[in-house]
Design a protein around this ligand. Structure first.
Ligand code: CAA
Length: 283
């Protein structure tokens, strides 16, 4: 099976990035969210991202226009009836994702693949909530989706070989590189990346160095493109905290204890770039 049409649930940072990537690759996209306002915000982000790529000479204006024309937005899940693959990219919440996935399954055709972009929830557990778990898989994209070349393909215990092969082929059509990962908390990248970010918060809380110095340390001493605290602001401090909480819960190992300062910032609504303030302030 070759995927030609894609449904995306959630027009937030990840969802709109996935919609953009698919549309640029020639797929028809149905982007779903609960309000017209959320859809308009998502499409504005797609528009400005495509604009940056055109301005830098990385994308033809004609490709941008064709991509924008391929994205349909809707608040109605029934619009997913004819898509080949649905990627759920809603808020990182088990109860919400379960409800959405069950709803998707009542609308799509029996051959439609259902994927989740979850960064921390068990693919096996999500699959188990579906009537046909063999068609369910994890497709984990990285922020900012249009620029980041990796997609983790996570097979739950129930995922079929055909589902995994179809999704891997699609990822290469997106001009991204897949890695195959067995279901495990945080998969591969977040298992390494988020504890590093958490450790940077401990350094900040202990006053070992300033935020700028911690970030400069990892940029200049480890060649990371941005420092861990700037990365936390990009990813969202709430997302980082949610991932650490899953690690503590699932592994039962105190080495994953979330830094209290990370909790404090999240409690204050300092979630990073998306709220204008995280570790740093944004205009
Ligand atoms: N769309 C299009 N272009 C974009 C863009 C977007 N959304 N964001 C940035 N760009 C472009 C800029 O226009 C710029 O283009 P030029 O190089 O041609 O000038 C280029 O990307 C670099 O941008 P900036 O100068 O603004 O900033 P930068 O040099 O720091 O690069 C970055 C931005 C590519 C995001 C870089 O900082 C980076 O690679 N950061 C690390 C990202 C990362 O680790 N992501 C993974 C997060 S973890 C995750 O997502 C998983 C999870 O579940 C938590």
């Amino acid at each position: 099976m070759t995927i030609q049409t894609l449904g995306v649930i959630g027009a937030g940072t990840m969802g709109n990035g996935i919609a953009q990537t698919a549309a640029v690759s020639g797929l028809k996209v149905v982007l779903i969210d609960v309000t017209e306002q959320a859809l308009a915000k998502g499409m504005a982000a797609v528009g400005s991202s495509l604009e940056r790529l055109v301005a830098k000479g990385k994308l033809d204006a004609a490709v941008r226009d064709a991509a924008l024309a391929r994205i349909e937005t809707s608040t109605d899940y029934q619009r997913l009836a004819a898509v080949d693959l649905v990627v759920e990219a809603a808020t990182e919440n088990l109860e919400l994702k379960t409800r959405i996935l069950k709803q998707i399954e009542t609308i799509v055709s029996p051959s439609t693949i259902v994927a989740s972009n979850t960064s921390s929830i068990s693919i096996t557990a999500l699959a188990a909530t579906l009537a046909e778990p063999a068609r369910f898989i994890g497709m984990h994209f990285f922020n900012p989706v249009p620029l980041m070349p990796l997609v983790e393909i996570i097979r739950g215990l129930q995922t079929s070989d055909a589902t995994a092969a179809t999704v891997a082929e699609l990822v290469t059509r997106f001009e991204k590189s897949p890695i195959n990962v067995r279901n495990s908390p945080g998969f591969v990248v977040n298992r390494i990346l988020v504890p590093m970010i958490n450790e940077a918060f401990f350094l900040l809380a202990e006053g070992v160095a300033t935020a700028e110095e911690i970030d400069a340390g990892m940029r200049l001493g480890a060649n990371h493109p941005i420092g861990p605290l700037a990365l936390a602001d990009l990813v969202g401090l709430d997302v980082c905290l949610a991932v650490m909480e899953v690690f503590v819960e699932d592994f039962g190992d105190p080495k994953y204890r979330p830094c209290p300062l990370l909790r404090e910032y999240v409690a204050a609504g300092r979630l990073g770039r998306k709220t204008g303030r995280g570790v740093y302030e944004y205009a």
